[in-house]
Design a binder for this molecule. Structure first.
Ligand code: ATP
Ligand code: MG
Length: 455
């Protein structure tokens, strides 16, 4: 084993843990993603530690230093050490046994030397370890690959992806996040073995896929690895090279989707990005070609809703995520509100959150058409106007739901209305009146209106 001398700045708390393990006679290194990020000058999300100490020894050394530990995954050798309220995962050097189900190692084996621990890791840039006294351990050329911006499986990619196919999606996630290219054979194995993903727990896939979708270089990865994307979301495959027969569209449905995706703002979250990826999923199912040879996909937003719902179910997304994705897909062809009143109604109908997400998606969708769009064309003007209307409404005293009214059910009862469904109906009526600008959102005015309504 050789060490490369070089300095990485490690936070004091992580150094303390390395120090207490070494003082107890063990080896300890920071390892994996944090070493990669530190060498790239990025701020690591967390500092993982790998050590020759067995779990009981990690706990004993931590206890000696007065630190709390949590048995995170004792069977896999992981103990979380808490220092200044901050958790650090400390894992015993280990090798993974056979992966007969392609999902979990059948067994793991604790090791005394770091070599085997680094060999079980997925990509060379993730397989480096560092200790301030001994320097960098880099057995697989991780540093060179990091410098060249290359993602390369540790060892034979076919073996490694067969052991755990999740690594295919992790690799794409890293490529999208770091802007790296994928080494030839690693890339080939990703394409060829993509169907092994069928046997991977979908929760694990979604975590990595969501990371891919949020990566700054997601689009070239989604394009080059469309086949892998379709292995994860088979419903998207019909979009590939699906001709829209429409002069308004330069691209086929999948290419349009990728161009729309390219316009996603950096702060768009993974759930909305999934909706953007799925927004036209209904199109190939309802496209009709008229006598002039022109394609129409009227109602493709509604057509896409149940398909998007199925995708969310298969990805085991939460109820809330599913609601967001389906709502956005089903409503992305919304009519652009052109007056204050229409905008207020739009906000009430969709809720402020979804309303803004719908606008974000529509903006991307427009850009994804791929046609030159002079800023003074009618659609762009209408859209810009609507965005301004939305800003104004969101910045004004917002009234998008009954809870935003300057009056509540208790007030109505205090004013003599009987408890019961009539209260709810009265509040709904007041909301409508406020949204339509008939009554100001003021307590007295609302009370008067309520009394009129119930007379
Ligand atoms: P991030 O900074 O996004 O967390 P990371 O590289 O730290 O990236 P983690 O999922 O936190 O990724 O995993 C930590 C380390 O564990 C990786 O760097 C890699 O060495 C190893 N690893 C994680 N998952 C796998 C896997 N499925 N197969 C092999 N090694 C893995
Ligand atoms: Mg990590």
């Amino acid at each position: 084993m050789y060490h490369i001398s070089m300095d990485i700045e490690i936070p004091q708390s992580a150094q303390t843990i390395l120090g207490l393990l070494e003082a107890a006679g063990h080896e300890a290194y920071v390892v994996g993603g944090c070493v990669r990020d530190a060498l790239m000058g990025r701020d690591p999300a967390d500092w993982d530690i790998t050590t020759s100490a067995k779990p009981e020894q990690i706990k004993a050394a931590a206890a000696e230093a007065g630190l709390k530990t949590v048995d995170t995954g004792i069977a896999h050798g992981t103990v979380t050490v808490i220092i200044d309220h901050e958790p650090f995962e400390v894992t015993t050097y280990r090798a993974d046994g056979e992966y007969s189900d392609g999902r979990h190692p059948d067994s793991i084996e604790f090791l005394d030397r770091i070599d085997g621990d680094l060999a079980r890791r997925d990509f060379t840039v993730n397989a480096m370890a560092y200790n301030p006294a001994r320097g960098l351990v880099d057995h697989f050329g991780g540093q060179a690959d990091l410098q060249a911006g290359v993602l390369r499986a540790v060892g034979d990619p076919y073996e490694r992806f067969t052991e755990d196919a999740l690594r295919i999606v992790r690799g794409l996630r890293f490529a999208a996040q770091l802007g790296f290219s994928i080494e030839e054979r690693t890339s080939q194995a990703m394409h060829e073995l993509r169907n092994l993903l069928d046997d991977i727990a979908v929760e694990r896939i979604w975590i990595e896929f969501a990371g891919l979708l949020c990566g700054k270089d997601a689009v070239p990865v989604l394009r080059e690895y469309s086949d892998v994307v379709f292995a994860i979301i088979p419903e998207l495959a019909v979009e590939y090279e699906f001709d829209q027969h429409n002069p308004f569209h330069v691209y086929d449905v999948w290419e349009h989707t990728l161009h729309a995706f390219e316009a996603a703002p950096p702060d768009m979250d993974a759930t909305v990005r999934l909706a953007l990826l799925l927004h036209d999923i209904g199109k190939p199912h309802c496209l009709v070609i008229d006598e002039d040879g022109r394609g129409w996909a009227i109602g493709h937003d509604k057509e896409g809703e149940p398909i998007a719902r199925k995708v969310c179910r298969d990805l085991k997304l939460s109820r809330e995520q599913t609601e967001t994705v389906t709502h956005l897909v089903a409503n992305h062809m919304f009519q652009i509100p052109d007056t204050e009143r229409a905008m207020r109604r739009f906000l009430v109908r969709h809720g402020a959150g979804h309303a803004q997400q719908l606008f974000a998606i529509r903006r991307c969708d427009k850009i994804g058409l791929g046609r030159e769009q002079p800023p003074d064309n009618p659609m762009s003007i209408a859209f810009a106007k609507a965005e301004k209307l939305m800003d104004e409404q969101l910045n004004a005293e917002p009234v998008f739901g009954v809870k935003d009214l300057a009056i509540n059910g208790r007030d109505l009862m205090d004013a003599g209305m009987a408890q019961g469904p009539a209260i709810g109906r009265a509040l709904d009526g007041l909301l409508e009146a406020v949204v339509d600008g008939e009554v100001p959102n003021e307590h007295e005015a609302l009370l008067m209106r309520a009394q009129q309504l119930t007379q």
